[in-house]
Design a protein. Sequence first.
Lengths: 351, 323, 352
Amino acid sequence: MKKTTMLVVSLLCVLVLVFTAGCGTIDAPAETAEEKPAEKVESAEEESPAAPVKIGIAMGAIQSTFCEGLRDGAAAKVKELGGEAIVVVSDGDATLQATQIEDLVAQGCQAIICFANDTDAIVASAQYCNENDVLFAEASRISTDLTYIDLALGFDNKQQAEICGEAILAGAKEVGYTDLKCIEFVGSLTDQNAIERQDYFDAFAAENDIEVVAKVLTEWDAELALNRFKDAITATGGDYNCIYSASDFLFTPIFSALSETDEWVVKGEEGYKIITGIDGAPDAVEKIRAGYVYMVANTDVMLLGAETADKVYDMVVNGTRYEGDDKLIIIDAQTITSENCDDPAIWGNNY
Amino acid sequence: MTNSKLRSAITNKSFWLSNIVYIVVILAFIAFAFINPMFISEANLINLVRQSCTMIIVGIGVTMCMLTQGIDLSVGSVMYIAAVGMYMTMKAFDGLPIVVVMLIGMAIGLLIGLLNGFIVAVLKVYPLLPTLATLYAFRGIGLSIAGASVSQMPMEWIVIVSTKWFGIPVFVYITILLAILAQVFLSKTKLGRHIYATGDNEKMAREKGINVFNIKLFVYGMSGLMAAVAAILSSAMTMQASFTLGEGFEFKVITAAVLGGVSLNGGRGTVAPGVIVGALILTFISNVLVLLKANPYSYDIVYALVIFSVVVLDTIKIRSEER
Amino acid sequence: MLTGGFGRRLKFGGHMKGFTVIKNWIRRYPVAVVAILAAIGMSIFVPGFATSTNLTAVGAQLSYIGICTTGLAFILIGGGNDLSLGTAMSASAVISGLVMINVGSKMSTPLGIIVILLMGMLFAAINGYFVAYLKVNAFMMTLITQFLFRGLALLLTNSLSVTGLPEGFVMIGRTTILGIPISIFVMLGFFIVGQFLLSKTTYGRKLFATGANEKAAKLVGISTSMVLFKAYLFGGICNAVSAIILVGKLKVANPTMGNDLFLDIISAAVIGGNSLFGGKGSIVGAAFGVLLFGLISNGLNILGVPYQDTKWIKGLIILLAISMDTINEKLSARNMLRFATTEDKKAHAKAK
């Protein structure tokens, strides 16, 4: 009796698998319309060539609108070009991402666009793709070792950090702050971008008389950021007047903490903090428009995603290859302040 | 305490085992007040209490489960699903009054808690593994519903944390009120006493005619409900239904409960003052770590060591009592 | 004299002919049937599954989980549990990695192997001591150590991966013979050794006895604490070997690399018939549990099921596995009771 029960329940497990198999392979445009944005984007089959180019998009954790924009920009471009985009998300787990990339290769992808959890660990996956004749491109998160990577597109972290620093100086002149004390929000240290944004800002601050009174290690997590920010406020006794955030998705916990101390105010009012950040996400632009945030560095992440997808597609179909320094393509950032926040070209206004 | 009572207390090994943690904490508190006067500033103390609130609220529910010799590891994920549920509700129905949204969130938490309770009551194994499974399951379902997108709460949601009475946020008063109500319920009502009885000795409780199945449904339902309330608070603090909302939180809550005297073997412990004290101690520890500018990665180790000492001391005490 | 459910296990590999052997085998390990059916089914219905690229990838993915599950099976059979296996894996790897890059000589690979084995055993010994000797609740203890090891790994590395590991160490997990990764052979080796230890040695019998009914086992003269402690140590060794293979996969020592594997490991073990209540199970079962669970994971990935859905599907599966386990336990509880009582009676009679 008990063996039969075991058998029955085990078969149920397999049924679950078969069921999900059925869901996955059925072409369901209705399903993709319901879900936000489609996980499996099929090409317009009437017009495309016999076998659509399969490109895998391996995302790390989706922690902010920035990540979403990257994913959507890339997936949309692949679809537009007539290819098939397969998106996987690995939520911060380096081992899972490596496994997912192996599985994407097994599915027959000709190229992988990767937003890595850990830029050091991802090199092994790049090598794996190499060995299997699959192209490997990195978007935004770029490894220090590019030997096995076929293409890497990213933003200039140095430039971004510095324009934020300059904005703080400009803002200080506007509102008349002389003694600049800054709380710095640092991203996850497994992210090369976070490291660079921290280091270059620190260098700029040292040369320009901005004192970094506290660092909030956020690990790219809003809750951690909030708690540690509050602790930093306590540790500094509330004595700071500007903020630099490695990503502007952290503006929301900042808004929350400052609301509690009644310091979420517009320029000129008492307790105003000069807030700067990087990314240019929609809600950050909104906060600039409303007057609470001073400036963000605009990084057009949808453009980044689309550009990467475009070049990768070209590499697959036309055999283009990049060598040496050409592998690394840097996209510039722009400054967004209350003066130009309504510019329609900003990705934050279009997402 | 009279002299002889004091002397017998100090020589009693059991006394030390039970209370050494509190004594250490009090000493540490006094020490830190001297080292860094900012520590006992009004702002910092209010901060301490504020940061403990989510832990206390969830602690109410988890304590009830622990009292029945069970445990609920899935609270973090329940918090997340409730937050996602509320976000989706607000997105779907513009202009719904906040109170309604909160009620919907609590209903979600309650339902999921009842589901948890059903699973635990039916499966006779120690609830650690089932609630571990539901931890993953609910997190996954929540992520699925959220559709892999960042869920920002609408601006009005901030009132939950920004409303204040006499300089202290309203939610602090509510938290303490909830904890006191819960304790009164546990100590004074029949159902409350049944909960203690179930944890003490399930077989005997059953023989006495207590419906253990219903009790389990109840406590896990409460756990889910409390998790949802905490989710309201937490999501208002970060203004997001963040992907990682509640992740790892269950561990902190259990630590707070055990610190506050709730026994892992059931039947013993209080919400007020137990869990409140436990949560405050834990927040105090993290506060100290911050003021000491300790490496943030050491926090987890410190928490783990704290609960480790308490668990080991508790076990030693139980074994020595058994002899 | 040991009777009941016990005796049947001892008879495994006895002298029964052909067809009966297979039939018996199927009845004992229904997981095997399901796993094999799943494998066949997937080869036919799931595109991309039966390719050499995928199969070698899956094999490699299974290896680190399989070896670890062997260790966990031992611990479960002995009546214990270990939730910290995943984070212990990361911590051992990281510590070993740090040692290797700081020593930086020709001896670094062998040194690294020694360190990782020692760390695996140390972490296991901590768990084993408190659970087996001090009788701290296994779930609670290993939940705590899970966080302890996780924090340790993050603290030592500031959450950065340890890079620049010696080539020799990394290649252990990546070497292939005829295109098949040797890690699969290592896994099979562990399966065989593990099953042998369980079914053919005195230790194995003692382990089952300890897990089935500790008091009774003690009365018969088995030093149950030592038996369980040894199980934990074995688990630690398995864990360390898995860690070596995992480092080979990522080529760096990432401080959180093993943390999420725990769910897969315990699911595989329980699906494979290793009861959470102790005293029951096998490595053969665990092996097929690993296969089945690995197939499900791979299938979900290949079919492009979104990550969040795989989470709750896996949660559901482990719930199903636990239900199976509980139903089994209830149905055999009567047998256990009889067995224990007979033993108790005999021991009692001896003691008089």
